[in-house]
Design a protein around this ligand. Structure first.
Ligand SMILES: N[C@@H](CCC(=O)N[C@@H](CS)C(=O)NCC(=O)O)C(=O)O
Length: 205
C-alpha cells in the first residue's frame, strides 16, 4: 500500500490524492501539517530533509517528495499520461509552468490570505506581486483553454490535475475566476471526470 504524507487543505498535497482517486489506486494517508510544526519534526525530516509535504512512501520504504514528481510516478502508463512523446512533453511543460509561474503566485496568495500564522507576511507589496503573477498565469491558461478542452493532448492529463489543485481554490486567495470563463469551464470538466474527489477527501480508514 502506498502512503501519502500530507495536509488536507494544501493543493500540492491534493494533487497525488486526486491522481490516486482518478486512477482508483488505493493509498494510506498520514496527516503531516505545517500548521502544527509537523513538517519540521525530526521523524518527518528523516524522511524528507526538505521538510515539505506531500511525500510518497512506497511499500519498500523508498521515498519521493515533490508533488508533480509524485503525480508523474502515480500516473505512469495510465490514461493521464499521453503516449505521444510531444504530448507527454507538453504535459510536463504545463507541470513545470505550474511550479514556476502559477503556484508561487496563486497558491502563495491563498496561503497568505487564509493562514493566520502567515498574516504578518501578507504585506501590500507581496499581495500586489502575487496578484499580478497569478493573473498572468491564469491569463495564460485562459488563452490555451479557450482553444482546446485540455492543456496537453486531447484528453485529461496530469497537467490538468496538477493545475486544477490550486486553480479551483484561487478565489480563496482573492482571484476573481469569473474573468476566466474558459478556465471555469475546464474546472467543471475536471470535476466531471470519473473518480473525481474534492480537495478535503481522504480515504477511509
Ligand atoms: N514544490 C513542492 C512544494 C511543497 C510545499 O511547499 N509544501 C508545503 C505545503 S503546501 C509545505 O510542506 N511547507 C512546509 C514548509 O515550507 O515548512 C511540491 O510541489 O511538492
Amino acid at each position: 500500500m502506498l502512503t501519502i504524507y500530507g495536509m488536507p487543505d494544501s493543493g500540492n498535497c491534493y494533487k497525488p490524492r486526486l491522481v490516486c482517486a482518478l486512477l482508483d489506486r488505493p493509498f494510506r494517508h498520514v496527516g503531516v501539517s505545517t500548521n502544527d510544526g509537523g513538517t519540521g519534526r525530526p521523524d518527518f525530516l528523516a524522511k524528507n530533509p526538505n521538510g515539505k509535504v506531500p511525500l510518497l512512501e512506497l511499500d519498500d520504504g523508498r521515498l519521493l517528495p515533490e508533488s508533480n514528481a509524485i503525480a508523474f510516478f502515480l500516473g505512469e502508463a495510465s490514461p493521464l499520461v499521453p503516449t505521444d512523446p510531444f504530448e507527454r512533453a507538453e504535459m510536463l511543460s504545463w507541470m513545470f509552468f505550474e511550479q514556476y509561474s502559477h503556484e508561487p503566485y496563486v497558491a502563495v496568495r491563498r496561503s497568505l490570505t487564509i493562514y493566520p500564522r502567515l498574516a504578518r507576511l501578507a504585506t501590500p507589496e507581496r499581495l500586489a506581486e502575487t496578484l499580478k503573477g497569478g493573473m498572468k498565469a491564469l491569463g495564460v491558461m485562459e488563452g490555451r483553454l479557450g482553444e482546446r478542452e485540455w492543456l496537453a493532448g486531447t484528453a485529461a492529463s496530469l497537467a490538468d490535475v496538477v493545475l486544477y489543485a490550486y486553480t479551483h481554490v484561487a478565489g480563496e486567495g482573492g482571484f476573481d475566476l469569473s474573468a476566466y470563463p474558459a478556465v471555469k469551464a475546464w474546472l467543471g470538466r475536471i470535476e466531471a471526470l470519473p473518480g473525481y474527489r474534492p480537495m478535503h477527501w481522504l480515504p477511509a480508514g
